[in-house]
Design a binder for this molecule. Structure first.
Ligand code: G1P
Length: 271
């Protein structure tokens, strides 16, 4: 059973400047709702009971967003607005599920994952990258159901334009399970076009094993001077661990870039 999810939120958000100069990108509204709430809702609907937010000192406003009780209570006391009461209840429900850990230096996704080590209880946990929104289908839920059948790690995936392989984790297939699921042979972080094993990209949903912490601890920096989770996943695969690439069914929205962020509001407003 997958009960815990982790969400790395310590990134600087430079691709969304100037919007992110004072506000974290995860709090930017997408069709009237902060981006991170879509991610939380995906977790709740997928049966997750506890979410660990990896934030930084610079992004403590995220913590404040979920613990602004005094502010809400004062407003509700003065004005019994149904909408505000409903929103406050929702925020309180979220808060109950969330734990905060800190990654004060942006040393990469692998390093962010390592910060959650002492909180992870079960053999497997879910990780969601908040830049990657997947609409129209609960990708985490689908991945958990595959995990429950195959009892191994799963990563969301999609086929990308060959010219863009150097923006993603790219994997090669070992064998086919069915039309949308494959055992992975190898995975590389942001390869150049020449060395890319395919154009199957990893998208920001991962079911990872607890034992990955041991690998991250020994992991050296690679691309861009960062500690990449992809490198630790690669090690586990080389040692014989099964990782499934799951071609998800929903629609992918890249909210980490300005273009993608603008498009995501338009797309979500259609649902
Ligand atoms: C991260 C991962 C990469 C993955 C991507 C999905 O990259 O390192 O393997 O393909 O997320 O969005 P980032 O977006 O942090 O550069």
């Amino acid at each position: 059973m997958i009960r815990q999810a982790i969400i790395p939120l310590a990134g600087l958000g430079t691709r969304l400047l100037p919007l992110t100069s004072v506000l974290p990108k995860e709090l930017l509204p997408i069709n009237g709702k902060p981006g991170v709430e879509y991610i939380i809702d995906e977790c709740i609907e997928a049966g997750i009971k506890e979410i660990i937010f990896i934030i930084s000192k610079k992004k403590e406003i995220i913590k404040k967003y979920f613990s602004n009780d005094k502010f809400y209570k004062q407003i509700i006391k003065k004005k019994k607005d149904k909408r505000i009461i409903k929103e406050y209840k929702k925020i309180k429900k979220y808060k109950k599920m969330i734990k905060f850990v800190y990654q004060n230096k942006p040393k990469g996704t692998g390093d962010a994952v390592l910060k959650t080590k002492k909180y992870i209880k079960d053999k497997f946990f879910l990780m969601l990258l908040p830049d990657d929104l997947i609409t129209r289908r609960n990708c985490s839920k689908d991945m958990i159901s595959i995990h429950n059948k195959k009892k191994c790690s799963v990563m969301a995936s999609m086929v990308v334009n060959k010219k863009t392989v150097d923006r993603w984790g790219i994997y090669s297939k070992k064998s086919k399970i069915d039309k949308n699921n494959f055992y992975i042979k190898d995975v590389v972080e942001k390869p150049d076009l020449k060395s890319a094993p395919s154009n199957n990209a990893v998208i920001g949903r991962y079911i990872l094993p607890k034992k990955i912490f041991q690998k991250i601890k020994k992991q050296k920096k690679s691309k861009g001077g960062e500690i990449h989770i992809t490198d630790s996943i690669r090690k586990l695969i080389k040692e014989g661990d099964n990782f499934i690439g799951h071609i998800f069914k929903g629609k992918y929205l890249d909210c980490g870039t300005m273009n993608g962020y603008i498009k995501s509001s338009l797309e979500i407003s259609k649902i």
